[in-house]
Design a protein around this ligand. Structure first.
Ligand code: ZN
Length: 78
């Protein structure tokens, strides 16, 4: 298993990222717990084969949530 070499706090961050990367997420399309990381920021559902762009190491990133909120507000106003 990959670990960072120096610093306990950095190792904790790496462990958290790897855990988020390996966890399966709920698919927004078919609502099954089948979304797995396919590549960097690329997430695919093993059930309905939908592909999503997400965070690099977790399905939803903080920046992604902000972007989604802004897009949602723009689509409401138009
Ligand atoms: Zn799905």
């Amino acid at each position: 298993m990959y670990t960072a070499k120096y610093g306990a706090s950095i190792r904790k961050l790496v462990d958290k990222a790897i855990l988020a990367k390996r966890t399966k997420y709920e698919c927004p399309k078919c609502h099954k717990l089948k979304v797995a990381r396919k590549g960097n920021a690329l997430w695919a559902c093993k059930s309905c084969e939908a592909v999503f762009a997400g965070g690099a190491y977790s399905f939803k990133s903080e920046a992604g949530e902000i972007a989604a909120r802004i897009i949602n507000e723009y689509s409401k106003s138009s």
